[in-house]
Design a protein around this ligand. Structure first.
Ligand SMILES: [Zn+2]
Length: 368
């Protein structure tokens, strides 16, 4: 015991303990005596005050508190004063407990009401409308093309975008030294692997897997080493068609393409074929159709010719059939291909085909 303590009486020590509490409790007095003083306290602040109050309680009522020390003095006061001193200590303790409890209850109710307010849902607020996406114009057109050919009895085939030299060139009657490899120069990954430069690769896979007869279309991406400009992009979409069976002739090819274009652009659409050359077909033909806008009289879309060039076609070359083990004496077939994005650009009168691949919402939103 220090000198100063020995000089203070037990009564003075109780008073000192009470004073020390009152001093620390001063900041919590505003939480006693009614809820109006709680205004302006947010949830985080109220929680912090609650923790601070709990510390005050431990400091002034705990085992090591000054008030607890005064209880040990009861035995040391004169017997005739003992009862009164004991009551005084109890009264001080009861007052401290009561003040702490009142402040704590007020803080707890404030915290609770703030938490309820935070978690509650205002059902009168307008909802947030979810933003729906929609399909890309190329997808929309691809699906229309697929629907037409499915109704004609064609299967939809999917193919890989990285191909071996064999499927992209050799099997399509384009041997190593063939000049057609130059015009289709593509993106080689490693030796003998390249991003496919045409969907015709799917013809070979389909005939190897399904055998013949076969009727299928293969829509998909192809890649060529082109410099992007308003009409070219190094990646674009094609759809490939193949029909192989006994007795298939050029008449079937012309009928199929004409029927497809009529369903696509209207019953009055006229189709024409122009002789051409492709390594994997013989004979080969490019096909045009009468302009869907001016119906052949000439306009900006058809560059005043009345015709729109659309794709290539021909009778499957006997070498291609032999490559997949089909006897060209027994079976014959036709194939055709056209560019989907080129068709989208025509139908929507786009000045620049690259708009289709820039993912600019201001452009894409017009196709909803
Ligand atoms: Zn026209």
């Amino acid at each position: 015991m220090t000198d100063s303590q020995s000089e203070t009486s037990p009564e003075q020590q109780v008073t000192a303990a009470r004073k020390a509490f009152e001093q620390e409790f001063e900041r919590f007095v505003r939480f006693t005596g009614g809820p109006r003083v709680l205004d302006g306290l947010n949830l985080e602040q109220a929680l912090a005050e609650e923790r601070a109050l709990a510390e005050v309680r431990i400091r002034h009522l705990g085992k090591k508190s000054a008030l607890a020390a005064t209880k040990k003095l009861i035995g040391r006061v004169a017997p005739e004063e003992r009862s009164a001193f004991g009551q005084r200590v109890q009264a001080v303790e009861a007052a401290v407990v009561s003040q702490l409890d009142e402040a704590e209850a007020a803080l707890k109710s404030l915290i609770e009401s703030q938490q309820i307010a935070r978690e509650s849902l205002d059902v009168t607020l307008p909802g947030r409308r979810p933003r729906y996406g929609h399909r890309h114009p190329i997808t929309l057109l691809r699906e229309r093309i697929e629907d037409i050919f499915v109704s004609l009895g064609y299967a939809i085939e999917d193919g890989r975008e990285i191909e071996t030299d064999f499927y992209n060139f050799t099997a399509l009657n384009i041997p190593d030294n063939h000049p057609a490899r130059g015009t289709q120069d593509t993106f080689y990954t490693t030796d003998n692997f390249a991003l496919r430069s045409q969907t015709s690769t799917v013809q070979i896979h389909a005939m190897q897997r399904r055998g013949v007869p076969v009727r299928m279309i293969a829509p998909g991406r192809v890649f060529r080493r082109d410099t992007p400009d308003p009409t070219h992009n190094p990646m674009f979409y094609q759809v490939e068609g193949l029909c192989v069976d006994r007795g298939i002739t050029m008449a079937h090819l012309k009928g199929t393409v004409a029927e497809f274009l009529k369903r696509m652009f209207g019953a009055d659409t006229v189709t024409r074929f122009r002789p051409s050359y492709f390594p994997f077909t013989e004979p080969s033909a490019e096909f045009d159709f009468s302009c869907f806008k001016c119906k052949g009289s000439g306009c900006r879309i058809c560059k005043n010719s009345g015709w729109i060039e659309l794709g290539g076609s021909g009778m499957v070359h006997p070498n291609v059939l032999r490559t997949v083990g089909v006897d060209p004496q027994e079976y014959s077939g036709f194939a055709f291909g056209l560019g989907i994005d080129r068709m989208v650009a025509l139908m929507y009168n786009l000045d620049d085909i690259r708009l289709l691949f820039e993912n600019d919402l201001r452009f894409l939103e017009q196709f909803e």
